[in-house]
Ligand binder design. Sequence first.
Ligand SMILES: [Cu+2]
Length: 348
Amino acid sequence: MMWHSILALNAARTFWLPEQASTVAPDVDNLFYFIYWINVFFTILVVGLMVWFMWRYRHRKGNEGGAHSGHNNALEVTWTVIPTIIVGVIYYWGFKGFLNEVVEPPGAMQIKAVGQMWKWQFVYPNGGVSDELHVPLNKPVRMVLESQDVIHALFIPAFRVKKDVVPGRYNRMWFQATKAGTYDIFCADYCGIGHSIMHSTAVVDDDAHFATFLEDAANPLKGRTYIEGGKRLYEMFGCVGCHSVNGEKGNGPTWKDVYGSNVPLDNGTTVLADDAYVHESIMDPGAKIVKGFNNIMPPFKGRLNDQEIDAITWYLKSISSNVKSSDLAKGNELVPDKNAKNETSEKK
Ligand SMILES: [Cu+2]
């Protein structure tokens, strides 16, 4: 079709639009340019005629006006039928494109996107987690969208997809990336003071890189020491949102100097913050409530395995003055690889 080749030329230049990096992108852009060029054509036609008529029928001596034209059937039919056809074409094209964006192809890989003020987290089928979206090249991906707080919207311009992320509801969208590279991700719904910093990156990987990424995302401790791994988990699992490591009080108690201290509880007793207490605090936060805090910490039972809790514990020790640095030797050892995979795959 001639239209298509003209439109394709346009799209290649991407004068208005971002790069095309998904299967649906060319169609979305072609429709955009179709409407755009129709507008250009009719704007020039109508404005051109107006200007020409103004000139042609301007007031002149001897031309006092007079003849008025009345009803004209041919004209009425023309300007009814042509726009109707154009609107029909736009509707058909748009609806078909809409269906393409809504009906996902079979075999899509599911990635969960969790929006929270003001960051995105992505969860992969193997339990891996990242704050930067990685997707495989040329494979359909289903995004299941979940919000922890208010309404956000996941917008990946290069893929031409955007969808609201609504608390209490699982929205979905799908795409298939067609070009390796990195692309912007934005939040497209005003969600508070940090809205403008709520962005991330979509990385389209070839199969080998994607496999490596998945492996690393699901085995956050691999190749790291216990202390480094614990710090990574602290960030990956959002502990950082409630627990500071510099002594500042947040929604939860600071982690600085907690390990090895006597923690006052809300039932009036105290407890020594040792390995067992840390383990219990993570798996079953409601069991002992720290005085002055509420029971708002989500339990991480089923999300963190023993090795990961060990790593977090070493991280806690490394930032506590109650632990001598000579006692940190084990924490500076590399986490052994064994079983890491089997255990983490149980995470949801
Ligand atoms: Cu947002």
